[in-house]
Design a protein around this ligand. Sequence first.
Ligand SMILES: [Zn+2]
Length: 163
Amino acid sequence: MDVVHSATARAATAEPYTCAKCGYSGVGHAVAIEKATMKQGGLVFGNDRAGEMARDEAEARAWSEAMSDVAMAPCPRCGATDAAAWRSWITRPAYLLNLAIAIVTFLAGGLACSAVLTAANLLSVVCAGVIGLGFIVAGPLLVVLPLVGKRTSTRRVRFEPPR
Ligand SMILES: [Zn+2]
């Protein structure tokens, strides 16, 4: 009995923005939409607040992404980005967990590829090779894609005044 609750939340925020490089000061507007899922679990030890928790989690994520979008956005006047804001986004638990999964995926790919050398027949050679290469490619993508996505969303931040 695995009931999974999922929720989507949207947050729109206006955060003050100051550039340390050129002294630009204004307000950045960002919008973020985030999803969250929560397992309800079994009937006996199940969590009947799972639906509510999924909504809370989605809301919290959307707000934190919208707010960090502004902090991590390039300055509208000189284009400088705040390295400290990026550093704190990269070192948050959600991204570090992703990094750990990526490393495991990458290693599993390497393991499957090395199985190619010891595989007895052609089919298992092809099988191990395809799976291995897939995992080796998927590992780094798990790290890079969130970064690229974040970079794209920081570029959507609207600034007032525009420069
Ligand atoms: Zn600037």
